[in-house]
Write a protein that binds this ligand. Structure first.
Ligand code: SAH
Length: 275
């Protein structure tokens, strides 16, 4: 029986404190999967991860000057892209102190449209007033949160009536056999992830938070290439580290590759509106 690892927010923060530089390097500056239109799409990892950010932004129905929250902002690259291309103001929060510092050092930090702000905060307990934001998005962050219902309720709380929430996450689709369960458990330990949940779980949390789900877009096959490319890049960079760390990276690359091959791992962009 695979053990059920449930990370705390602090576990997730320290994992990202240690791994953000490496993950951002292998994922084109972002820390999320890439989107490729089809098998012939020869976009680079950076182009593909930026394309996924754009897909999220497209669904936010943004207009210049809106106030946007990025839950789990990573390196800050997605927030800078969204703010710059849509002329909105994006506030990014992250549980990782290292990420808050890294993102906070970006030249785009400021108060106006097209600018960004970052701070360390817990998505399960947001330090913002009810209805403070016009739009909220979360790219691969709800995934890590042990109380996903609370995290989504918090996102709904800080969203103003009429506002939109967009969430992008890997999720489980279908039953895991013993081998798949082992690979998923290893990946969850590596990246500090509670049980994955499926699309219906996310939709149920949004319903319960009083949101109306308007779209569930399954892009599992469009993002699948990301895992192999990340594993490849990690194997390439591991040469620059000492033997013990290099061995750890090699194991990590194997886990990422096997996780990405599982048909039971899907990926969705879910769009919900606060009535
Ligand atoms: N959205 C970014 C980063 C994704 S990595 C991108 O797409 O590039 C996952 C992010 O979720 C990290 O920034 C991590 O700090 C954040 N995260 C995970 N759990 C969190 C929590 N409880 N509160 C706030 N942020 C959290």
């Amino acid at each position: 029986m695979a053990e059920q690892h449930i990370p705390t927010a602090a576990d997730v923060g320290s994992m990202y404190d240690q791994s953000t530089d490496l993950l951002a390097e292998v994922m084109g500056g972002n820390i999320h999967l890439g989107y490729w239109r089809n098998g012939d799409d020869d976009a680079s990892v950076e182009e593909a991860t930026d394309a996924l950010t754009d897909m999220v932004a497209d669904r936010l129905a943004l207009s210049p000057g809106l106030r946007v929250l990025d839950i789990g902002c990573g390196s800050g690259k997605p927030a800078v892209q969204v703010a710059g291309t849509r002329r909105v103001h994006v506030t990014g929060i992250t549980i990782s102190a290292q990420q808050a510092e890294l993102a906070g050092a970006r030249p785009e930090v400021g108060d106006g449209a097209g600018q960004v702000a970052f701070r360390q905060a817990d998505g399960m307990d947001l330090p913002f007033a009810d209805g403070h934001f016009d739009r909220v998005y979360a790219i691969e962050s709800f995934l890590h949160m042990s109380d996903r219902a609370k995290a989504i309720a918090e996102a709904a709380r800080v969203l103003r009536p009429g506002g939109t929430l967009v969430a992008a996450n890997p999720y489980q689709q279908g039953e895991l056999d013993a081998r798949a369960a082992e690979v998923v458990a290893a990946n969850r330990r590596l990246f500090q992830i509670p049980p994955l949940g499926d699309a219906d779980d996310y939709v149920a949390h949004m319903d319960k938070a009083g949101l109306e789900v308007v779209e569930v877009l399954d892009i599992g096959e469009n993002v699948r290439r990301s895992h192999d490319l990340a594993a490849l890049a990690i194997r390439r960079t591991k040469e620059t580290f000492d033997d013990a760390f290099s061995e750890e990276l090699s194991e990590a690359a194997d886990i990422i590759e096997r996780f990405g091959d599982l048909p039971q791992v899907g990926y969705g962009i879910i769009v919900a509106r606060r009535p």
